[in-house]
Design a protein around this ligand. Sequence first.
Ligand code: IMP
Ligand code: MG
Length: 176
Amino acid sequence: MSERIRVLLTEEEVDHKISEIGAKISKDYEGRSVHMICILKGGVCFMCELAKRITVPVSFDFMAVSSYGGDTKSSGVIKIIKDLDEPLKGKDVLIVEDIIDSGRTLSHLCELLKHREPASIHICTLLDKPSRRVKAVNVDYTAFEIPDEFVVGYGLDYDQRYRNLPYIGVVEFDED
Ligand code: IMP
Ligand code: MG
């Protein structure tokens, strides 16, 4: 079986939309700074492209999480693989995620980070699959809503591959 990638969103479409969101965030945060938290690894490309288009002062931090396996997976409990380097107290936090699927990761993460007393906490995602939602998440900025298909590129992987594609594509399998 071989794989091929069907383009879902072109590089131009993604770039254009990120510019729009960057402008909106710059306006919404006027007079303040944005403390961007990238959820590794998938959020990396989006965060870099987005940050370049934000005109208010920006700082970065990074976090890696994973779902607990087995039975507890459905509870949405997440394990912190790499925690933030800096405290959040008093900061205007913007969580930057690649994709929201069931919503379990982000709903749990938000609760966890609220306890660190940021001044505010907002969520920005490159992609959203609303039809897959199990846990409600308050998403403030969404670049694209997509159907329930497995996508790669722009940070998203299939088995750690394709993260570097400059567009968003759907993985398709050919019988051969
Ligand atoms: P959830 O919202 O907690 O279900 O999980 C979201 C995470 O699942 C994302 O951060 C991705 O790492 C992964 N994920 C969900 N859908 C896709 C996809 O279509 N392609 C690649 N990763 C995905
Ligand atoms: Mg992710």
